[in-house]
Design a binder for this molecule. Structure first.
Ligand code: A3P
Length: 315
């Protein structure tokens, strides 16, 4: 690590130490972040320059990022693989196929396969590096019912904390925080609204998707994604069942049963390795019902409805 990098990291740390803090989240530009990722975000804001062909996979955590990464990776590598569609996904976790801007940027330089023009980020639209917003790069955003996103997040964090021997937050505590906007990259509604408004303003640049719609008709979304990414399926490919091959390859059942995703690990930050299986929990719509009371569900629905009022978006 260069002396310059060390100085920079130190100055980010100093700045971060002055930000408002709740639990392990720091507040920056209207959103809450885990401090370690915040350094990466600030560094990306200062230094990241996209390639003009880059496509950004954007999301709040736990809204279907892993799935969207797998699908977009499979779509854009299909022609390279002469028949064995997306074989890299058989041995690599989707998060290793598509780097995360704020994490990998923090480990300067960002390791990437330049032939695959995909970069992912959880950074809210309003805090994206200016170089990204002012570029012609496309973005694909995925979001999900807030109750399911919260429940998925709670299970994921509890899993991480167990592996660090930290007592997990109770569901009730985490729910209260989430409802007041405090969660990694939250407030959730502001995250969603930022990309929603961008997708209305720049429809050719920002594609806005929901987990629920993708589940309902994955094949139609694979085609839509390919079209948006500028690599539509040819008639020949469609006749050969290429779309369906990608849908199956990236399905929850297929991915979650691969050895790499069942027993592998990857590093999420410099301190811990995360079990890949933590990214594949249930993959269902409506699992919140098994975790939250109907009253909690109604409360979060009310919050979302109020926050999204007038935006034209219903989640
Ligand atoms: P659950 O916790 O509700 O099961 P992210 O990838 O953004 O971290 O989101 C994780 C959520 O997506 C988890 O939801 C996970 O099970 C689900 N998921 C992961 N891979 C999936 C796939 N291939 N198809 C559908 N859902 C998937």
């Amino acid at each position: 690590e260069s002396a310059e990098r060390k100085d920079e990291a130190k100055s980010y740390k100093e700045m971060i130490s002055t930000f408002p803090r709740v639990q392990w989240w720091s507040y920056y530009e209207g959103f809450w972040y885990h401090s370690m990722l915040l350094e990466g975000i600030m560094s990306a804001q200062d230094h990241f320059i996209p390639q003009s062909t880059d496509i950004f996979i954007t999301s709040s955590p736990k809204t279907g990022t892993t799935w969207l990464k797998a699908l977009t990776f499979a779509i854009c590598t299909r022609s390279r693989l002469s028949g064995s569609s997306a074989s890299a996904l058989l041995t690599k976790m989707p998060h290793e196929c598509v780097p995360l801007l704020e994490y990998h940027r923090a480990q300067n330089p960002m390791k990437r396969d330049c032939a695959v023009p995909l970069v992912s980020t959880h950074v809210p639209y309003s805090s994206l590096p200016k170089s990204v917003v002012s570029s012609c790069c496309k973005m694909i955003y995925i979001c999900r019912d807030a109750k399911d996103a919260f429940v998925s997040l709670w299970h994921f964090i509890a899993e991480l904390q167990r592996s660090r021997n930290v007592e997990p937050l109770s569901l009730e505590e985490a729910f209260e925080l989430f409802c007041s906007g405090i969660s990694g990259y939250g407030p959730y509604w502001d995250h969603v609204l930022g990309y929603w408004r961008a997708s209305l303003e720049f429809p050719e640049k920002v594609l806005f998707l929901t987990y629920e719609e993708m589940k309902k008709d994955t094949a139609a979304h694979v085609k839509k994604l390919a079209e948006f990414m500028g690599c539509s399926f040819t008639l020949e490919e469609e006749e050969e069942g290429e779309v369906q091959k990608i849908v199956s390859m990236c399905s929850f059942d297929k991915l979650s049963n691969l050895e790499v995703n069942k027993n592998g690990t990857h590093s999420l930050d410099t301190l811990i390795d995360v079990k890949n299986s933590a990214f594949f929990r249930k993959g269902e719509i409506g699992d919140w019902k098994n975790n939250l009371t109907p009253e909690m569900g109604a409360r979060l629905d009310d919050i979302m409805e109020q926050k999204l009022k007038g935006s034209g978006l219903k989640l």
